[in-house]
Design a protein around this ligand. Sequence first.
Ligand SMILES: [Ca+2]
Ligand SMILES: [Ca+2]
Length: 262
Amino acid sequence: IFTREEYEATVPENVPDYFVTDVMAIDPDTIKKITYVIHQGPTDLFRIDENSGAIYTTRGLDYEKDSEHILVIGTLENMSDTKGSTTKVIVKVEDRNDIPPVFTKIPPPIMLEDDTPIGTSVYDLEATDSDGTAPGNKVRYEIIGRGKATKYFQIDPDTGKLKVTNDLKKEVDTEYQIDVRAYDLGEPQLSSVITLDIYIQHVATVAPEVGLRFADNSYSIQVAENATVGTLIKTLTIVNSRAHGGNIPLRCQITSGNAEGK
Ligand SMILES: [Ca+2]
Ligand SMILES: [Ca+2]
């Protein structure tokens, strides 16, 4: 007969062969023999020493799957349903930090112009942590490692928002690989790393004449064979692509053509 109706124990997740608790029954018979058995409950996760009544885990428990287990322990000597023939063991599983944060999506390559203002948001990184409890499921972000990335970009440790923090024109580099680490606040700390590719387009500072071009790439004009010298063939339109290009004087010349005017 079990003297206690209920036992409660707390077990960390992931530990096989962990001692959970002892149960005890007393045998009022003259021949004292007690053989403990698990009547109900996950026998794939727990075993009981049939002589001592000590309960152990058989393999690691998973808090994220089940945070509590209930076992009903009985004895082979008393298989009746009467009060005291069984006892209940409530096993509470304690969460351990056993799952790292995982980035929810892979960032696409990002194009930026070199005149992107400081403070501009480039990308929102997001990682989630499936651990059951804090702080093992609290996620923070940081830029790690190589190169000049940390000089030009910063990540908000709480939100994962990546921002431009410097004048991109200062650098001739056109490509940054930014390694971002998402880590949890659990013990031990777990993390994952993702790489963002950022390409910088250096907006050319054009010389004045580079901004000039003809309106069309080629012209085809019919000229009568008896046209006299000095006949106007075509006026060529020239486009000035520079915004501030007002009435600057222009000069055109023929750079090649039929030799000797033939
Ligand atoms: Ca966990
Ligand atoms: Ca975690």
